[in-house]
Design a binder for this molecule. Structure first.
Ligand code: AMP
Length: 329
């Protein structure tokens, strides 16, 4: 059975982008694959979180992921820092990565721009830590959104390079997995780029009805369609993309035809979009509340997951040590 891995940084709550880009695919896959899901608390250190927030944030994300439908009976769910084997593989992979290729990664360039006073080596080697997360389980598939395509390319390169250097066929090249035909990019409500925690433009899975409606009604728009069948400017396309993701096809087609014949009223469209987001998120929100009330249960799931993940990682690392020429414990 093929292995699948998916991860999430515990920096803030899960949002619609995380759900449609990653969580939903993972839930779909857990019946058919050997699935690992982890909470990337080491990755979150690039932004220096407060020590007292570390454990709480991981538990929050764990509860939210379970609420999306990840089932601990089917998938192995663990916290990254509970599996120290990852760090050993990270070190080996870093030895085979070049400064130039890491500096060219778009997410690194973006982060370096966003936080110019904190361009640390962890940011630079973010893709090798991600590669270690994936390769330690020799995962064949990784459900990701469009924003992660380049990091996935680095993970494949790490696998290929390791195999070439040592003349082995040890690591499979992990492939991107998309829920539909292609990668999904959930846009933000501010008319620019993607929905993302650091962009401050998110609708969170835990968000209440009132707040969702307020955010959607405030989404950036323009003066309305100016000519029949004209192309949509980015701010408007974003609203339509969101609608395509959360609403029924009929609803999307209705507003699309209104755009095309210049009768679209943004207020009506936003009201409908807000309603559909509220309906989508209401059951998830209820489950988050229920699951979060059992902190011992969350701890138990994390403990069991860590044991299973370590077993898988240890197996890989033993082989890696043997291939490189180190002692095997
Ligand atoms: P992050 O929130 O950056 O830790 O991303 C965790 C996962 O969510 C990754 O697989 C991303 O590809 C996915 N993701 C995050 N934001 C979006 C978005 N706006 N659209 C699609 N997928 C996303």
């Amino acid at each position: 059975m093929e292995t699948v891995l998916s991860g999430m940084r515990p920096t803030g709550n899960l949002h619609l982008g995380n759900y449609y880009g990653a969580a939903r695919s993972f839930v779909k896959m857990q019946d058919e694959y050997n699935c690992y899901f982890f909470i990337a608390d080491w990755h979150s250190l690039t932004t220096h979180p407060k020590p007292e927030d570390i454990q709480r944030s991981a538990r929050t994300i764990l509860a939210e992921y379970l609420a999306c439908g990840i089932d601990p009976e089917k998938a192995t769910i663990y916290i990254q820092s509970d599996v120290p084997e990852t760090i050993e593989l990270y070190l080996y992979l870093n030895m085979n990565c070049y400064l130039g290729e890491l500096e060219r990664v778009t997410t690194f360039k973006e982060k370096a721009r966003q936080q110019p006073d904190n361009v640390n080596a962890g940011l630079l080697t973010y893709p090798t830590l991600m590669a270690a997360d994936i390769l330690q389980h020799r995962a064949a598939k990784v459900p990701v959104g469009k924003d992660q395509e380049q990091n996935m390319e680095m993970a494949r390169r790490c696998a290929r390079r390791f195999n070439n250097i040592y003349g082995v066929e040890f690591f499979p090249e992990p492939q991107n997995y998309y829920f539909g035909e292609t990668a999904i990019k959930v846009p933000g409500l501010d008319g620019t780029g993607k929905m993302g925690k650091s962009n401050g433009n998110c609708i969170y899975l835990f968000e209440d009805e009132k707040s969702i409606r307020k955010k959607v009604m405030r989404a950036v728009t323009d003066n309305g369609p100016q000519a029949m069948n004209s192309p949509k400017p980015e701010v408007i396309q974003n609203l339509f993309t969101l609608m395509q993701i959360v609403s029924a096809k009929d609803t999307y087609d209705y507003f699309d035809s209104k755009w095309n014949d210049c009768t679209l009223r943004y207020g009506d469209m936003k009201k409908q979009l807000a309603e559909d987001i509220v309906q989508t998120l209401a059951p998830i929100r209820e489950r988050i509340i229920e699951i979060s009330s059992d902190q011992e249960g969350l701890d138990r799931i994390a403990r069991l997951g860590a044991e299973k993940a370590r077993e898988s990682a240890r197996k890989t690392l033993n082989e890696v040590r043997r291939i490189i020429g180190f002692k095997v414990y």
